[in-house]
Design a protein. Sequence first.
Length: 152
Amino acid sequence: MKAVKLLGASALALAITASAGSVFASPGDIAYRQALMKAVGGHMGAMNTILKGQGGDMKNFAMHANAMAGLAAAAQGAFPKNSSKMEGTTEALDAIWEKADAFAKVNKAFMTSADQLAAAAKGGDRAAMAAAMGALGKNACKACHTDFREKK
């Protein structure tokens, strides 16, 4: 009977810990977010290089665009409440949490623009891909960096 109670208590503790992870930030949140944004920058750089004809292969553009759409989806949960106040260096401004509605709008633009880029890449029209990249840069990247990221 004691083993059953102990097992039940352990399961309850695990459930509480698991659910708390979705509510409270953890020290790994900043590191994850930074890795995610570094990947975003890497794919943007690769796509830009391909579009300018400076390197890479156009047949790889769609792969980068699809990865960007996936990263945009992952970014939706990359800024848990209070993750700017944790140990670690972050360029994320408190405005992310103080102006949550405005940040959500920019984050949604990231998803929308990335999805449009992936669709343009699937179509294969170089001009449409360049326009979609420009929209992603303006409506998501620049918009977020201007209002929600520490100036370098």
